[in-house]
Design a protein around this ligand. Structure first.
Ligand code: NOJ
Length: 746
C-alpha cells in the first residue's frame, strides 16, 4: 500500500475542474469509457456493477478493490481507510478504476439540518439547496462522493415512518425541493471534490405503501403514477440527477427492481436518463420473497433485463451474470451498457483525476460556523405555528420564569431525527440549553416524562409544580427520532407514553401553555391543541433546533413555515390530502356527526356526502397551513387574461399586506382547479409558491408566471396534454382559504 502523502490532491487539478460538461467533454468521456471497456475482463465489468457495504477487514476490501471485483462501497466513512482502499483500486488494480464511496446523507452529515419533511415546511428551495451543499461539503471531506438522497416519494399517509424523509404529500412541492437538493449536492461542477452525486429514490411509488406499513405493496394506477408519483423524479432528472434507486415495493405485483417498463422504457427511452440505476439494499434478492423470481439466477436476469446497473448487497450480479451470459439470458451489450453508465458517473465526478481525500480539509469543514448558521436558518424557517390564542407568542419581555417540561426539551439525539448516522448528539443544542442562555429568564426544568414513550406518570407532579412557579409553561413534546424513518411505521399517531396526561395536568394549572412538538410525521394532537394556548410544530429540527426555537419563542424570529402535509384529526382519516378528487358526492353544507344521529334512525344516506361520521369533513390542519405572529391579507388575484391558449403564459398578480404588528414572511401559494377533464381532476393543485417578507403595514404585489402548459396532465388516453375548459385559481396562505378567480383555456 502507498503512503498517505501520495494522496494529497494537486491544487492545480482542482483549479482546472470544469464548470460544466460541454459536448466535447462528453465525447471525451465516452471515448475513455470505450477504451476502458475494450480492456476489461468480464469479471472486472461485473465488479463495476457490484456495491458492497463496508465489511470484513480493511485488507479484504483492499484486495477486492485491487482485483477490480467491486465498483462501490457504502457505509465506509473513515477517510484514511477510504484513501487506502481507493489506492488499491487506482494504483494496484489492473485498470485503475476508482471506487465510488456512498452513504445515506439525508439531511446533513455532521451538521444536521431539519429532517426533509421539516425542510419542505420552509417552502424555501434556496435554504434546502444550501443544506444539501453543506451536506456535500462535509460528507466529501470524509471521502463520500455519492449520497442516497433526495427521497422523492410523495407520501399521503403519516403512519408510514418514511414520510419524515421526503417533502410530504404534494408532487409539485416535492419536485421543487427535490430539484433544489440535487443542485445543492451536485453543485454547478460535479467534478469539484466538494460535490457529490445525488440519488433519486425510491423509484417508484414506495410512499404509497398500503396501510402506511413500510415495504408494503402499492397499487398505483397509471394515471396517478404519471400525475402524482412520477413528476418529482422527472424534475430531479431534469435538474441533472446522476443516479436513481429502484424501490422495495411491488406495484400491482411487479417489484420496481424487476420493472422493465419503469427502468428502461420510461427512465431511459422516454426521459433520456444517462446516469446509473442502483437497487435498494438487496431489493434484487427480495424479488424471491415477493414471489417474482424462483432463484438468484432469475433475480439477476430480471434485474439486468429491467435496467438495473448496480446491485446493492444482493450479490446477484457477481454470483450469476457470467453464467447468464453464457446461457444467452443476458447480452454482453447489456452488461457493457450498465458498466458504461457507472463509469460515466465516475468520470463526471472527477474520480479518475482526484480519487483521494485531502485529509487536511476535514477539521475546518465539519460544523463550520456557516454550516451551523444555515442549519439554524433552516430550522427557524421550518417551524409551523399552528395556534396562537391571545397572541401568547412571542413571549413578552415580562416573562421572567418559564417552566420547561416534556421529553423533547433536552433530547439531543432525538431532535436530530431519523437517518442521523454521522451527526453527533454532543454537538446538538437543545431547547433547554438554548433557553438557559437567555439573560433575565429563570428556567424551571422538570421534564415530567423522560422520553416520548415513557408511560410512567410519577414525574408529572414535579412538572406541574414547575408550571405553578412560572409565568409560562413551555412543553416540548413529540416523538423520539427512532419512531419514524425506515421500518418505523405506526398505527397510532397520538402522542406516545404519558405525554397526553402531562398536557392535561399542565393545562389544569391555568398557566399560559405553549406546546412545541418535535416529530417525524404529523401526529394526531387535536386534544392537546385544544388545551394549549399556542402550538408550534417542528419536524425534528436538527443540530441547531434549540437556538432556532429560542429565537422563535421570544420573537427574534417569526414563524413562517407551512405544513407540507395534511394533519389528520384521527388515524382513520388517512390517507387525507388536499388534492383529492371531488367525488360524486363531495362533502359540503352541514356536517352531520355521529352523535347527531337519532336513536333507531331509519336507513338513510345520511348527509349524502363523502366524509367520516366521527371525524367530519375537515382534517385537523390542512396542507399549506401555518400562522405568523403577524397577520396577512390577500387581495383578489388579477389575471393577465381570462381566456388563454395552450401556448400562453398566465401572469397572476396579487396584493399581499402585512396587517399585523410584526415583520413577517408569508408563503403565498397559488392553487388551480381544472373543472372538467377526460378523467376526474383534483379539487386543487399547488402550482407555484413564493416566500414574501413584509414590514408591518407594507403591501407587496406578488407575481406568478404560470405557463398554460403547466396545467397539462395525463388524461384518459394517458398522454400528457392541456385539456381546454374552465379553471379556478386561488392565491392564499393555505390550501383551504381564499376566493377563486376564474379563467378558461381554449
Ligand atoms: C435502504 C433504504 O430504503 C434506502 O433508502 C437506503 O438508501 C439504503 N437502505 C442504503 O442504506
Amino acid at each position: 500500500m502507498k503512503s498517505l502523502h501520495n494522496y494529497i490532491i494537486p491544487v492545480l487539478a482542482l483549479a482546472l475542474a470544469a464548470c460544466s460538461q460541454s459536448g466535447s467533454q462528453t465525447d471525451d468521456i465516452e471515448k475513455k469509457i470505450d477504451h476502458l471497456l475494450s480492456q476489461m475482463t468480464l469479471e472486472e465489468k461485473i465488479g463495476q456493477l457490484h456495491q458492497i457495504t463496508s465489511m470484513g477487514t480493511l485488507e479484504d476490501m483492499c484486495a477486492q478493490a485491487k482485483d477490480g471485483t467491486i465498483g462501490s462501497i457504502l457505509n465506509e466513512i473513515d477517510p484514511e481507510r477510504i484513501n487506502q482502499i481507493q489506492c488499491a483500486a487506482v494504483e494496484e488494480s489492473r485498470l485503475g478504476i476508482p471506487l465510488l464511496i456512498a452513504r445515506d446523507v439525508i439531511h446533513g452529515y455532521k451538521t444536521m439540518f431539519p429532517i426533509p419533511l421539516g425542510q419542505a415546511a420552509t417552502f424555501d428551495p434556496a435554504i434546502v439547496e444550501e443544506g444539501a451543499r453543506v451536506s456535500a461539503a462535509e460528507a466529501s471531506a470524509d471521502g463520500i462522493r455519492w449520497t442516497f438522497s433526495p427521497m422523492l416519494d410523495v407520501a399521503r399517509d403519516p403512519r408510514w415512518g418514511r414520510i419524515a424523509e421526503g417533502s410530504g404529500e404534494d408532487p409539485y412541492l416535492t419536485s421543487v425541493m427535490g430539484a433544489a437538493m440535487v443542485k445543492g449536492y451536485q453543485g454547478t461542477d460535479l467534478s469539484n471534490p466538494a460535490s457529490i452525486a445525488a440519488c433519486a429514490k425510491h423509484f417508484v411509488g414506495y410512499g404509497a405503501a398500503e396501510a402506511g406499513k413500510d415495504y408494503n405493496s402499492t397499487n398505483i394506477p397509471m394515471g396517478q403514477m404519471r400525475n402524482v408519483y412520477l413528476p418529482p423524479f422527472l424534475a430531479a432528472k431534469e435538474a441533472g440527477m446522476q443516479t436513481f434507486m429502484s424501490s422495495f415495493n411491488d406495484n400491482d405485483g411487479i417489484p420496481a427492481t424487476g420493472n422493465r417498463w419503469l427502468l428502461t422504457d420510461l427512465l431511459r427511452d422516454e426521459w433520456g436518463f444517462d446516469g446509473f440505476v442502483v437497487t435498494d439494499w438487496n431489493s434484487a434478492g427480495e424479488m424471491l420473497n415477493h414471489g417474482f423470481c424462483a432463484d438468484m439466477a432469475e433475480v439477476a436476469e430480471k434485474s439486468m433485463n429491467a435496467g438495473i446497473d448496480m446491485d446493492m448487497m444482493a450479490f446477484a450480479y457477481t454470483s450469476q451474470l457470467a453464467d447468464l451470459l453464457k446461457a444467452g439470458k443476458v447480452k454482453q451489450s447489456q452488461i457493457d451498457n450498465a458498466v458504461r453508465n457507472v463509469l460515466r458517473v465516475k468520470y463526471r465526478l472527477g474520480l479518475f483525476e482526484n480519487p483521494y481525500i485531502d485529509l487536511s480539509l476535514r477539521d475546518s469543514v465539519m460544523y463550520a460556523p456557516t454550516h451551523l448558521a444555515a442549519a439554524k436558518k433552516a430550522a427557524t424557517e421550518s417551524a409551523v405555528l399552528l395556534k396562537n390564542d391571545k397572541q401568547v407568542l412571542p413571549l413578552s419581555q415580562n416573562v421572567k420564569r418559564v417552566a420547561v417540561v416534556g421529553p423533547m426539551a433536552d433530547a439531543p439525539q432525538d431532535q436530530l431525527g431519523t437517518w442521523t448516522f454521522d451527526g453527533e448528539k454532543e454537538k446538538t443544542i437543545t431547547p433547554l440549553a438554548a433557553l438557559r442562555q437567555l439573560e433575565g429568564v429563570t428556567v424551571n426544568y422538570a421534564p415530567g416524562v423522560a422520553y416520548s414513550r415513557d408511560r410512567r406518570t410519577d414525574g408529572i407532579a414535579k412538572a406541574v409544580a414547575a408550571a405553578r412557579q412560572s409565568d409560562v409553561v413551555l412543553a416540548f413534546l413529540g416523538e423520539e427520532a427512532i419512531l419514524s424513518g425506515e421500518a418505523h411505521s405506526l398505527a397510532d399517531l397520538n402522542l406516545q407514553g404519558a405525554q397526553r396526561q402531562l398536557v392535561a395536568e399542565l393545562a389544569k394549572t391555568g398557566k399560559p401553555l405553549v406546546l412545541v412538538v418535535m416529530a417525524g410525521r404529523p401526529l394526531t394532537i387535536g386534544d392537546e391543541v385544544d388545551k394549549a394556548d399556542a402550538v408550534m410544530y417542528m419536524f425534528h429540527p436538527g443540530t441547531m433546533g434549540g437556538p432556532a426555537i429560542a429565537d422563535l419563542l421570544w420573537g427574534a424570529a417569526n414563524p413562517s413555515g407551512k405544513l407540507p402535509v395534511t394533519f389528520p384529526k384521527m388515524v382513520g382519516q388517512v390517507p387525507v390530502y388536499y388534492a383529492h378528487n371531488n367525488t360524486g358526492r363531495p362533502a359540503y353544507g352541514t356536517e352531520t356527526l355521529l352523535h347527531d344521529i337519532p336513536l333507531e334512525a331509519a336507513q338513510t344516506s345520511l348527509g349524502n356526502t363523502s366524509y367520516h361520521l366521527d371525524a367530519g369533513f375537515h382534517p385537523l390542519f390542512p396542507f399549506g397551513y401555518g400562522l405568523s405572529y403577524t397577520t396577512f391579507e390577500y387581495g383578489q388575484p388579477q389575471l393577465s387574461a381570462s381566456t388563454l391558449g395552450e401556448k400562453d403564459t398566465l401572469t397572476v398578480e396579487c396584493q399581499l399586506t402585512n396587517t399585523g404588528r410584526y415583520e413577517g414572511t408569508e408563503v403565498a401559494q397559488l392553487y388551480v382547479r381544472d373543472h372538467h377533464g377526460s378523467v376526474a381532476r383534483p379539487v386543487k393543485e399547488l402550482k407555484r409558491f413564493q416566500r414574501v417578507s413584509l414590514q408591518p403595514g407594507e403591501t407587496k404585489t406578488v407575481t406568478f408566471e404560470l405557463p398554460v402548459e403547466d396545467l397539462a396532465f395525463y388524461g384518459a388516453d394517458l398522454t400528457k396534454k392541456v385539456e381546454p375548459g374552465q379553471f379556478s385559481l386561488w392565491v392564499s396562505g393555505d390550501s383551504q382559504s381564499g376566493q377563486p378567480t376564474a379563467f378558461a383555456v381554449e
